[in-house]
Design a protein around this ligand. Structure first.
Ligand SMILES: Nc1nc2c(ncn2[C@@H]2O[C@H](COP(=O)(O)OP(=O)(O)OP(=O)(O)O)[C@@H](O)[C@H]2O)c(=O)[nH]1
Ligand SMILES: [Mg+2]
Length: 353
């Protein structure tokens, strides 16, 4: 994750040095041969010198977004026009890496405020630009509440509803969360409220067996809202702290499916509504999150498959677009492959910390 963007930023800020070209292996030459071939050696030497000169030229860092900003700032106050011209490179990089336009604009606004028209000492210019870049990334991220504390501080049963389109990793994320809760000594029950997709109930039951968590289920075709309700009742009766409700993947554009979801929400009264989206799908995931947020309302986000997302733009922009925090990133198919989201980790992954 973050590979592409990190590489670009690292090359800007000089963390990734251009690789030196390997020099040709020097031949061992005997004294006699040396004398005989002195002319040739001279020619070789001048060749090597030429090669070194070429290398020096190749190694000279190219003018990039970062160095241009630093040099403009250290020579005079940066003007609006200069900033816009220089920002273009960052803008393209961000868009190429799936960052949503709104988030790009916000990053631009934040950088603009801290750099344009500012009096900065020459020796501080590099630090100032780096700090501003960091701040502008932070400005589009939201730090999530502490998940475990949020549950523990709640009186009574804590219900979490998971939703999203088909195959995004809802069921897997539920199993990962149940596993996390168990590790934190918090009891939970799973509600098999995806009564639509073939084998979905068995899939959840298999996870339940593996992680030793009870699954409340009904028949295929049963009302998902009633399964969620039953699971909540089961939790109340058996003093179980958390109910995790699995739902069928649904297109956010289908009105009847959204109505069904509204009913599940009405009946189960969740304390958290978690949208599960795929990190790799970029603007698609952003659009899904936006629409689910407008129709059902989301409280938090899990972005799955971050382990196979090299661009990371969804991670950078989904919270800014929805104003809702990412709680976790799915980073694999195992039960422990769930990473608590934090701003600090994002900065670290981008090579900015
Ligand atoms: N690499 C990777 N694969 C994941 C991750 N999360 C889920 N998957 C895989 O994605 C596929 C779909 O996962 P599910 O949990 O069944 O997705 P779902 O959203 O419940 O699917 P539907 O119920 O059909 O809508 C499975 O093969 C999972 O193993 C993740 O974080 N990383
Ligand atoms: Mg599922």
């Amino acid at each position: 994750m973050f590979d592409f963007l990190k590489k670009k930023i690292s090359s800007w800020i000089g963390k990734e040095k251009p690789k030196k070209k390997k020099k040709g292996a020097k031949k061992k030459v005997s004294k006699k041969k040396k004398l005989d071939k002195s002319k040739k050696i001279k020619a070789q030497k001048s060749e090597i010198l030429k090669e070194e000169q070429i290398q020096k030229i190749e190694e000279k860092p190219k003018e990039n977004f970062f160095s241009r900003l630093v040099s403009k700032i250290s020579s005079a106050k940066l003007t609006q026009e200069q900033f816009n011209e220089i920002f273009e490179e960052l803008e393209i990089t961000l868009l190429e890496n799936n960052v949503a336009l709104e988030a790009v604009d916000k990053i631009k606004e934040s950088l603009f405020k801290s750099l344009v028209g500012q009096e900065v000492k020459k020796q501080d210019a590099e630090k100032k630009v780096l700090e501003s870049l960091k701040d502008s990334v932070l400005s589009v991220l939201i730090e999530p509440p502490n998940f475990i504390e949020q549950i523990n501080s709640h009186k009574g049963v804590f219900t979490i509803l998971f939703f999203g389109i088909n195959g995004t990793g809802k069921t897997t994320s539920i199993a990962k969360i149940a596993h996390l809760l168990k590790k934190n000594h918090i009891s939970c029950v799973l509600a098999a409220a995806d009564t639509f997709r073939a084998a979905s109930i068995e899939q959840l039951k298999t996870h339940g067996e593996r992680i030793e968590v009870t699954v409340v289920s009904s028949q295929y075709g049963a009302d998902p809202a009633s399964v969620a309700f039953e699971a909540k009742k089961y939790a109340e009766k058996n003093h179980i702290k958390v109910v995790l409700i699995d739902t069928a993947g649904r297109m956010y554009t289908k009105e009847n499916l959204l109505k069904e979801m509204e009913k599940i929400v009405r009946v189960s009264q969740p304390n958290l509504k978690i949208f599960v989206g795929e990190s790799i799908t970029g603007n698609d995931a952003i659009e899904q999150a936006r629409t689910f947020n407008e129709t059902i309302g989301i409280d938090g986000i899990i972005l799955s498959k971050a382990d196979i997302d090299e661009k990371a733009g969804t991670i950078l922009s989904v919270s800014h677009v929805t104003k809702k925090p990412i709680y976790f990133l799915g980073i694999g198919q195992g039960y422990d492959d769930l990473e608590v989201f934090s701003k600090k980790t994002v900065l670290k992954n981008l090579g900015l910390e």
